[in-house]
Design a protein around this ligand. Sequence first.
Ligand code: ADP
Length: 160
Amino acid sequence: MPVIYPGSFDPVTNGHLDIIKRCSNKFDKVIVAVLNNTSKNVLFTIEERIKMLEMTVKEYDNVEVDTFSGLLIDYAKEKNVTTMVRGLRAVSDFEYEMQMALANRKLFSDIETLFMVSNSEYAYLSSSIVKEIASFNGDVSCLVPKVVNEALKQKLKGGK
Ligand code: ADP
């Protein structure tokens, strides 16, 4: 069964990679779909986010990186995939995720959202916290892949 793992991935963290790796073991194909939404405030461009993901998932043969804009259900229909995976960290993720999953199913009844519980090691980890720490020159090398660590340094150089 193919699945879509959607998100902003601004940037990809070790928490995302853990989910991707586990999905790659469980499902035939994983499409990591990077949301290209101009209204969302992002640090990395869509090209940069895709590039970093591609570099970090290249060891998994059944993982593909793609991008979408607009509604996720329209993208899912276009790809002929009816299963999405979302990562669940703390209880705080639950309400929003539940709302999204129900709204998506209302719009497209074939869609199923599966939740994969975060690895306890990464349960506190988010792209926002990584950006926050990096913006104050904190060390995020154990939270993100090497390529992301380098990209953050470049991006934030001359910043705060
Ligand atoms: P979004 O902007 O859609 O929330 P993110 O890029 O922040 O997208 O996250 C994409 C998906 O990865 C979401 O399902 C999110 O819950 C999950 N995720 C993010 N960080 C982690 C983590 N540390 N462990 C497990 N899942 C995570």
